[in-house]
Design a protein around this ligand. Structure first.
Ligand code: ADP
Ligand code: ADP
Length: 237
């Protein structure tokens, strides 16, 4: 489903982000990428939906090169990819449901979105998504009235409302306390199991990675240093 073919990324200031990465992530997998700060985890994840451009190689999703995709095709490919960030990336002053509905924007014309008119079908999808992460009762609260863990669940719901087939989570629990961390990881895992959404999560704690992942990918200085079962990943990964 996601294939990295000889992927390298060098930032414009010369910093190496990724060095000749080859890997394949299958449909429905729950993969955790681990590595110290600066190892290239975020660079790898952001390369998948082209939040930034790679400098060599290509990334193929469902048989299609996203690296080569242009215009409408790129937008359609991106629609299948939900992104979750450490800092939640919600519109803080907007309601929870508005934030979740923003996952539907790619399905509608610009005019319709300027008018802020979402069809009932979208509202139903958004509420169902909130239900799946157990915060439906917060639908009409302002996003910034929620706790960190709840806000992260809103961003998961946004990816669900988007009907993403792939979820990319970049350090989704880095700003959460241990209890909330587990709730968010549990949600991601449950959604992966129930809906079969291919999930790639960046974490910097190997213990947490071992607990949740079936497969771990280890990065160090932009290079792939481990790719295998979670149970066999050592602390040095
Ligand atoms: P590129 O350099 O390939 O255009 P981006 O568009 O992703 O990559 O870069 C965004 C901005 O972040 C750049 O202007 C870059 O200078 C800045 N930046 C520089 N060093 C770092 C760093 N270590 N971590 C994050 N951002 C950085
Ligand atoms: P991680 O997510 O594992 O902490 P990153 O992918 O953010 O690692 O960073 C990999 C390397 O690329 C680091 O050396 C980092 O400083 C550098 N880097 C990240 N973003 C930028 C940028 N926009 N411009 C220049 N260098 C960057």
């Amino acid at each position: 489903m996601i294939e990295f073919q000889n992927v390298s990324k060098v930032y414009s200031n010369g910093t190496i982000g990724l060095k000749n990465i080859n890997l394949t992530i299958k449909k429905g997998e729950f993969v955790v990428i681990v590595g110290l700060s600066g190892a290239g985890k975020s660079t790898l994840l952001r390369s998948i939906n082209r939040l930034h451009e790679i400098t060599d190689g290509q990334i193929v999703i469902d048989g299609k090169s996203i690296t080569a995709a242009k215009g409408g095709e790129l937008l359609r490919m991106r629609r299948d990819i939900g992104m979750i960030f450490q800092s939640f990336n919600l519109v803080k002053r907007s309601s929870v449901i508005r934030n979740v509905l923003s996952g539907r924007v790619g399905y509608h014309s610009t005019l319709r979105m300027l008018l802020g008119m979402f069809p009932q079908h979208d509202v139903d999808l958004a509420l169902k998504a909130l239900e799946r992460v157990n915060i439906r009762e917060k639908a009409y609260s302002r996003a910034d009235e929620l706790s960190g863990g709840q806000q992260q669940r809103v961003s998961i719901a946004r990816a669900l409302a988007q009907e993403a087939k792939i979820i990319l989570a970049d350090e989704p629990v880095a700003s959460l306390d241990p209890l909330t961390t587990r709730q968010v990881m549990d949600d991601l895992k449950r959604i992966n199991q129930d809906l079969g959404i291919t999930t790639v999560v960046n974490l910097h704690f190997i213990d947490l990675a071992r607990e949740y992942a079936t497969r771990i990918i280890g990065l160090r200085a932009g290079e792939l240093v481990y790719d295998g079962p979670a149970s066999e990943a050592t602390d040095e990964v």
